[in-house]
Structure formats: C-alpha cells, structure tokens
Design a protein around this ligand. Structure first.
Ligand code: PGA
Length: 254
C-alpha cells in the first residue's frame, strides 16, 4: 500500500454477465458502506453490452464502471469495435487496456495498447494499462525486464497520476489460483514505480495507482494489499461474487 494513495479495487467481469447478473453489482453497491467509501474506490468493468445499464444501476453508489477494451480508432468502418467515446457515453470512467488475454488471444502489441490507452484518455477515461510476464519469462529470470519493456511501449506519454492506472498481472497467475510471493510483488511494483518515474516524471509516477491482479481472492487479498507500492487490485473471477469482491475491498481498505 502507498499511504498517500486511495486504493482502487476494479472488477474485470471478462466475457461474463447477462442482465440478471446486474444483481451482483447491486449487492456490491449495498455492501459499499460508509466505512469503505472513504478508504477504497471501487470499479466494475462489465462486458460492454451491460455498461450502460450497470452504470445506471450504480448511480448514487459512487462505484465507477469501466470498459474492458476499446478501439484505437475514434469512429468509422470498424465493425465490431467499440470506441472509447462510446464507453464514456455509456457512463464508464475507466477502460482496461492491454489485458494479457487481449495481448495473447488478439495479438495486441504494446504499441496497440498504447494507442488504446491514448484513445481512452482522449475520451476522458482513465486507462488501466496491464503488464505482466509469462511463466517462462519468470523462470528465465526475465520478469522485470519484460514488464519494464511493456511499460515503455504501452504507457501514454505525459500520463499523470490522475489519468493512468497500471495493473501488474503475471500471466501465469491469472485464473490459475497461483500468486507470486509478496517479495516478488514488492520487487516488481517497486520496479514499475521506478520505470514510470523515468517515463512520466517522478512526481506523477508517485501518485499512479499500481494494482496487482491475478488470482486475488478474499484469502490472499490482505497479504497482497499490504505489499509496498500495491495500491489496489484488478480482480477477475472473484469479482463475479459480490461477497468475495467486497471482502477484497475490505482487505484493501485496511
Ligand atoms: P483472476 O483474473 O482474478 O480471475 O485471476 C484477473 C484478471 O484477469 O484481471
């Protein structure tokens, strides 16, 4: 945790959720009480089909919403794409950019991720830029170098604390139940903060929220959130259960 930064817990629903599942968001809103609100920000990133209704359902709760991806393009003949302005128009505040599932399953390069993050910023969304190494890269001792390189390629120039969130998500920890040790997370988050300092300036970097993501659940959240330079979590599977998401939020609120 970084004392001066209000943590953020963001739920990434991935390709899950029909209208009926907005009950999850409603339950999260109910549990996001006066003890939590001052100490942790929450965001839910539903599939884009639910973004408008999810945002409407969360009005008054102070829970933000976000898209999971956006187009690099502003508008036009790009069948199937959703622009950042459309996400903003549907009520989103955030947009995930460069999730490892996009990088691996859709071949997104860091240059693409950067263009998406910039498109998000242009639409006044805060991009949650994801970085993380594969299992092979970690075993080869290349995790830090890989993540630094992804950051250099993916972070928009001139991004400041208010306009950027970075999520460290080791690919091998996503949806597997595996997590890095607290020491490994500490080492990586310190390296990310330092690299961001070189990219956007030390002062701006000091205020950027650095989330950890990858198999965060109620049972490991407190340990992970207590690591230096961890300012919240990006939560996949556990964000689909209101009770678990709220337990992670409580762990993050300290
Ligand atoms: P997980 O996913 O929490 O299910 O591991 C995290 C993510 O992909 O953002």
């Amino acid at each position: 945790m970084t004392r001066s930064i209000k943590p953020l817990v963001a739920g990434n629903w991935k390709m899950n959720g029909l209208k009926a599942d907005l009950a999850i968001a409603a339950e999260v809103a109910k549990g996001y009480d006066a003890t939590l609100k001052p100490n942790v920000d929450l965001a839910i990133c539903p599939p884009s089909s639910l973004l408008f209704t999810a945002t409407a359902a969360l009005i008054g709760s102070r829970i933000a919403t976000g898209g999971q991806d956006c187009s690099t393009q502003a508008s036009g003949a790009f069948t199937g794409e959703v622009s950042a302005a459309m996400l903003a128009d549907a009520g989103a505040n955030f947009c995930i950019a460069g999730h490892s599932e996009r990088r691996t399953l859709h071949g997104e390069t860091s240059a693409t991720v950067k263009a998406k993050a910039e498109a998000a910023q242009k639409a006044l969304l805060v991009p949650i830029v994801c970085v993380g190494e594969t299992k092979d890269e970690r075993e080869a001792g290349k995790a830090l170098a890989v993540v630094r390189k992804q950051l250099r390629g993916s972070v928009p120039e001139g991004a400041g604390a208010a306009t950027l969130v970075v999520a460290y998500e080791p690919v091998w920890a996503i949806g597997t139940g595996l997590t890095p040790t607290a020491a490994d997370v500490a080492e990586m988050h310190e390296a990310i903060r330092a690299e961001l300092g070189r990219l956007v300036g030390k002062q701006a970097a000091a205020g950027v929220r650095l989330l950890y993501g990858g198999s965060v659940k109620p049972s490991n959240a407190a340990e992970l959130m207590n690591v230096a330079n961890v300012d919240g979590a990006l939560v996949g599977g556990a964000s689909l259960k209101a009770e678990d998401f709220l337990a992670i939020a409580r762990a993050c609120a300290g």
